[in-house]
Design a protein around this ligand. Structure first.
Ligand code: EPZ
Length: 417
């Protein structure tokens, strides 16, 4: 099992191009199933979760192959509608294939996506929405057996703005007769990117990015080409790394408006930040100040995926910052690992209190989940001495090559088998 080794305490400086968004490309790859033809996904990030999606597409009979930085999918040969448990468990968001397979094949069979490090990953909202669309969903023996029957569009209100449930419902509604109105839809930018891809494919989807999305199903689809939007959480990660270690970075392939709550927090902590829809730069002296209370919320609120990352950046800040994690039940598993490095963080249920310390010390730590692992990278860069990070496969799920990227900013970092 590989480990990443960081000799921290050095300021960072340089320019970095941000990868394509993991949380956009995963639903887009599921959406390629809707069209019995070709889709070209430009700027597709090479992530283990993307490879897991490719394995699912190939299992379904689709062709999927890399063409340089792009991923070409041909869903014409699709000949199966079931996903085996082993493939479902590889990636927590594999459930997103359910709606697309149902729309294309009229039936779908998958298992529950395994629970994950963040706590149970229920899919009750996904299933309730599909049932409201008219699908028959049987849950037996850990398998989800779905039949589209006469899926017909109607108004469907989500009880909470779930990202995955919104995406699954949009994909299923593309196969339903008539118009579906999704009320209380999630507004994350990745849903807007999914809509852009679906429109390029000929689907009639409008309103993504607002709380009401409208889908008119059963449109004639066509071959599509789509460039994946920039990954706002990867961008936030590199900004937090420079904020913590000190230095200056300019990010390209980034949309500042997608991470404005994160840049506002870093600015409040004492960083100089400026950006637009193409570039985003940050300068930090490394000695930050605490910023009161950070509450995670659905977009456009502070993203839960940036909670661990911002926490790591504030470990040496003057004063105390309170985090309130409102989205996931169990999203502080990185705290114990950060405390091994000398951090002062206390957790009670969904609240974490971070009291800044003078110094962080390198230590042997382990990734607990994707963004918790990213937080260890940030803390290791700010710590004095050597940090050895184990279980780095978690990081590979969402970051193409963090060692390459951070080394480009001058970090003393390497990966060892
Ligand atoms: C997406 O997960 C992202 N993943 C997550 O990113 C992100 O943290 C999350 O949205 C919130 O922004 C992808 O897009 C692949 P939700 P998703 O449905 O769709 C509960 C990362 O690090 N819920 O909006 O699973 C759920 O338990 C990952 O990149 C139900 O109760 O998130 C959670 O508490 C982590 N029933 C809350 O809603 C359901 O049927 C929000 O979940 C569905 C969700």
């Amino acid at each position: 099992m590989n480990e990443i080794i960081i000799r921290g305490g050095k300021p960072l400086e340089g320019t970095l191009r941000v990868q394509g968004a993991k949380n956009s490309v995963l639903p887009i790859l599921a959406a390629t199933v809707l069209h019995p033809g070709r889709s070209l996904i430009r700027g597709c990030p090479r992530l283990s979760d993307v490879e897991a999606s490719v394995r699912i597409l190939r299992h379904l009979g689709c062709e999927a192959r890399w063409e340089g930085p792009d991923l070409a999918v041909d869903a014409a040969p699709l000949c199966r509608w079931d996903i085996p448990d082993c493939l479902m468990r590889e990636m927590r968001s594999s459930v997103i294939f359910l709606g697309a397979i149902l729309a294309r094949c009229g039936r779908a069979e998958t298992s529950y996506p395994g629970g994950c490090e963040l706590g149970p990953r229920p899919v009750d909202l996904h299933l309730a929405a599909l049932r409201k669309l008219g699908a028959r969903v049987r849950e037996e023996g850990g398998r989800l057996c779905c039949e589209a029957g006469e899926m017909a569009g109607r108004e469907i209100a989500l009880s909470l703005p779930s990202v995955g449930a919104t995406e699954n419902l949009i994909l299923a509604a593309c196969g339903a007769a008539g118009e579906t109105l999704i009320v209380n839809a999630a507004r994350e930018p990745e849903i807007g990117d999914l809509q852009a891809f679906l429109q390029a494919m000929g689907c009639d989807v409008r309103g993504a990015g607002t709380s009401t999305v409208r889908v008119v199903g059963r449109q004639r689809t066509r071959d599509a080409v789509h460039t994946v939007m920039p990954d706002r959480i990867a961008a936030a990660t590199y900004l937090a790394a420079v904020a913590a270690a000190g230095g200056e970075v300019e990010l390209t392939n980034v949309r500042a408006s997608h991470l404005s709550t994160v840049t506002a927090a870093l600015h409040e902590a004492g960083c100089e930040v400026c950006g637009d829809e193409e570039r985003l730069s940050l300068r930090s002296g490394g000695a930050l100040r605490s910023i009161g209370t950070v509450r995670t919320a659905p977009y456009p609120g502070f993203p839960t995926d940036a909670q661990a990352i911002l926490m790591a950046a504030l470990l040496r800040s003057r004063g105390a910052t309170v985090f309130v994690e409102n989205i996931f039940e169990n999203r502080y598993r990185h705290v114990d690992e950060l405390c091994r490095m000398g951090a002062d963080v206390h957790v009670a249920d969904r609240v974490a209190v971070v009291t800044g310390v003078e110094r962080l010390s390198g230590a042997a730590v382990r990734c607990t989940d994707l963004r918790g692992g990213a937080a260890l990278l940030v803390a290791g860069l700010a710590a004095q001495g050597t940090t050895r990070i184990g279980e780095v496969h978690h990081i590979r799920r969402g970051y193409e090559d963090p060692v390459r990227d951070l080394r480009a900013l001058g970090a003393d970092i390497e990966e060892r088998p």
